[in-house]
Design a binder for this molecule. Structure first.
Ligand code: FAD
Ligand code: MG
Length: 354
């Protein structure tokens, strides 16, 4: 996961672990939000199965930070959560085969997710819900299903069957939507709108594995974001990204939601082509983009595809760049981030993209 590092003194990088960080670590989320807290309003809450933290600089920072959290909690409950019976996604899933009227926001988001599914050749597929439920990785019923069970659930995964018309959405009979790979990035985009409306000066919004860097770093430097070592302890980092304002950073990896059985690691990112956990040779992918949705969706899709198949997909998205970490501990960085990534973990080597 990404973590924000302090750069309050030029030339030094001090990781100041504040109270919020403790909450994030307890939640299993690996973000240090350690930019100097001076004059920032900080609010934290749980939503989308993770910890959400808003740190906002500017005259109405407290009001704005709270508005960001309220919006993300509302998105979770009313729009996006497959875990909440009252959300639009739950209504769509329980009415599979029939059309359902939903909030305009939900319909528009699903339209964008279908577009992303096409652009990633279905590596990201929002109709993956039945497979997610079957494996239940990280949940109380996590298991290796039988080949028959996988085959039956996989047969329901097909984004082409989803129809959006105005504010109505219909999925195929037996299908289920799951927005787990996109909701936190969408939340960063919603946060960006609120920050702009409220004329916030600067902000760092973290929603699980997705982070928005808004405005200039008050410390006067570029923002510095640490990427977690996917095979290290929860407080260790692989390297650092130095980024300009306005970027979103999302990481997908195999080290948080997974279980092991007979020496095999089963992670929560599933390959729609096989119905099983992705096995592309990657252990972590971080995607940087001005769009939270793009960074979140692509981090998942690239994890499924592996770096070679990901490169042409990344090129379809304006300004999307990635850091790939392979299971043999090689780190591969796309050209747009080459000057921005600093490898700090000695047990990894920097490779060249072929
Ligand atoms: P990402 O790579 O961004 O997403 C992986 C997730 O996307 C998987 O967990 C799965 O849900 C889904 N997925 C897997 N493979 C694919 C694929 N090929 N294409 C598309 N999607 C795929 N968790 C809880 O335990 N309790 C909750 O109440 C809860 N509510 C949530 C509500 C919302 C709106 C969202 C977005 C998530 C919620 N979660 C909940 C999920 C939880 O936060 C997950 O851990 C998280 O979504 C995984 O995100 P990630 O950044 O680690 O991985
Ligand atoms: Mg994702």
């Amino acid at each position: 996961m990404a973590k924000i590092l302090d750069r309050t003194k030029r030339g030094t990088r001090t990781a100041v672990i504040i109270t919020i960080v403790c909450a994030l670590l307890i939640a299993g989320v690996l973000i240090y939000d350690a930019v100097g807290a001076k004059n920032a309003a900080i609010r934290s809450n749980t939503a989308m199965g993770t910890v959400v933290t808003a740190k906002v600089w500017g005259a109405s920072g407290e009001h704005t930070a709270q508005a960001v959290l309220d919006r993300i909690v509302a998105m979770d409950e009313a729009n996006l959560s497959a875990h909440n019976d009252t959300s639009d996604i739950a209504h769509i899933n329980s009415a599979s085969g029939r059309s359902v009227k939903v909030d305009n926001y939900t319909a528009n988001l699903i339209t964008r997710l279908l577009l992303a599914a096409g652009q990633t050749n279905g590596a990201f597929d929002p109709t993956i819900g039945a497979l997610v439920r079957l494996w239940d990785i990280g949940g109380p019923n996590e298991q290796v299903p039988t080949a028959e069970e996988i085959s039956a659930a996989r047969a329901t995964v097909d984004w082409h069957q989803v129809q959006v018309s105005g504010d109505t959405v219909q999925i195929g009979k037996g299908q289920a939507l799951d927005i787990g790979a996109a909701g936190k990035g969408a939340a960063c985009d919603a946060a960006k709108e609120i920050l702009t409306e409220n004329q916030a000066k600067s902000a760092v919004i973290s929603v699980g594995g997705s982070i928005l860097l808004y405005g200039e770093n008050p410390a006067g430097d570029d923002w510095s974001v640490g990427i977690r070592d996917p095979r290290g302890a929860s407080n260790t980092q692989l390297g650092t990204l130095t980024l300009k304002a306005g970027q979103c950073v999302s990481t997908s990896g195999d080290y948080e939601r997974y279980f092991e059985q007979d020496g095999v690691r089963y992670c929560h990112i599933l390959d729609p082509r096989t119905g099983a956990p992705a096995d592309s040779g990657l252990i972590s992918v971080t995607v940087v983009s001005p769009s939270g949705l793009v960074s979140d969706v692509l981090s998942t899709a690239c994890f499924v595809l592996g770096y070679e198949q990901s490169l042409p997909i990344l090129e379809l998205f304006e300004d999307a760049q990635a850091v790939f970490v392979t299971e043999d501990r090689t780190v591969l960085v796309t050209p747009g981030l080459a000057g921005s990534f600093d490898l700090t973990a000695g047990s990894y080597t920097l490779g060249a993209l072929s």
